[in-house]
Design a protein around this ligand. Structure first.
Ligand SMILES: [Zn+2]
Length: 363
């Protein structure tokens, strides 16, 4: 079974207003789920609009992350108040929690991404973390959300850092899926990989412009947010589990195991993982283009103010056995790193990361 996309997608400047007319047809008592105080204005607007439609509506916020503690708390709120739908309004962690909770309670989920930082508003997947933000596992869901509301007015209010993070995460689609799945004899998988190539090209062309332009809502910005929030999800939907993540996400998952005072966004960490994946491809798979790809990505990542080393993520890999911890988690049995078409050992990870952290990266 494969769930390719949300049942209905509303996109554009008045997506929320349009979606509202449909949402009232299948819920009488939704719970709005959010997290950040910075998005209170939007969540309050959603709350008011639903109230004005005579729905019995409630608002709850995640305390930590998409973690089992928050999931069970929100689940109880829904059960105690007889809510019949979840409206997840926020970033990837909020969207993932909303989808997961809706699935276990068998009620519809409406995703309202409030930034372009991930494609979690689209996908049938939830990543579960600990309270402290350490990756545990990803869970494949039965279906994509019932409704995805990709309202450009909402997304315009997000900090530009979230856009940069979304660009890095979406770029990873091509680099990861093409290396893990290019030999799979399945038309849909091959088509998904090609979509991810076009997605990468558009981000290389428009990403920098979209990030720099403060006016927003120009075509570069619109194309970029939709590439990150919609197309990246479509690639996962069409490609399914065969269109896999690889080293970039495996390294992301490992880096989240090290707890740091400053939290970094998913795509910010994936971007660093992507550079390391390309270095692994160069060394272990004799990929002669990998170095060119690294240079090309570094130009864009610098424009986007994205971190390009693990130390820029606030972690000194040469302290506290951090390097060993990252290598251990990256190479654990269930890791996506093993989807690479060549063998990777802990030694390889340690070598690549220590060289990468030590070198002065020049563009
Ligand atoms: Zn990702």
């Amino acid at each position: 079974m494969q769930s390719i996309s949300p049942e209905t997608i509303f996109r554009g400047n008045d997506a929320w207003e349009k979606a509202l007319q449909q949402i009232v047809n299948f819920t009488k008592s939704p719970l709005i789920l959010g997290r950040s105080v910075y998005t209170n204005d939007i969540k309050n607007k959603i709350f008011r609009d639903l109230k004005n439609q005579n729905l019995s509506v409630n608002l709850a916020n995640l305390q930590f992350d998409c973690c089992y503690e928050d999931i069970s708390k929100v689940k109880n709120i829904i059960l105690n108040n007889n809510h019949d739908a979840v409206i997840a309004a926020g970033g990837g962690k909020v969207l993932d929690s909303g989808k997961y909770i809706a699935e276990i309670l068998n009620i519809p989920c409406i995703t309202v991404p409030l930034s372009a930082s991930t494609c979690a508003g689209w996908t049938a997947l939830s990543n579960i973390y600990t309270k402290k933000g350490q990756f545990i596992k990803d869970v494949a869901l039965r279906s994509c959300p019932k409704v995805l509301v990709f309202d450009h007015k909402f997304i315009q209010t997000a900090p530009s850092r979230t856009l940069a993070s979304g660009i890095a995460d979406a770029l990873a689609k091509w680099y990861e899926s093409s290396i893990t799945s290019s030999t799979i004899d399945d038309g849909l998988v091959q088509q998904a990989i090609q979509i991810s190539r076009v997605l990468r090209d558009q981000l290389l062309i428009d990403g920098g412009k979209a990030f720099k332009d403060q006016v927003k809502n120009n075509s570069s910005w619109r194309n970029t947010i939709e590439a990150c929030g919609l197309t990246a999800g479509l690639v996962g939907g069409i490609g399914g589990e065969k269109c896999r993540t690889a080293a970039a996400h495996a390294i992301h998952n490992a880096i989240t195991q090290i707890i740091t005072p400053n939290k970094f966004l998913h795509g910010e960490i994936v971007g660093v993982g992507l550079l390391l994946q390309l270095r692994l491809e160069e060394i272990k798979n004799n990929n002669k283009l990998a170095d060119q790809s690294i240079k090309q990505l570094l130009v864009l990542m610098k424009q986007l103010d994205l971190p390009t080393t693990i130390s820029e993520l606030g972690i000194n890999v040469f302290e506290n056995k951090n390097l060993e911890k990252i290598a251990d988690f990256t190479c654990r049995d269930k890791s996506e790193i093993h989807f690479l078409p060549f063998e990777i050992s802990k030694r390889d990870i340690i070598e690549v990361i220590s060289n990468f952290e030590q070198q002065k990266i020049k563009i």
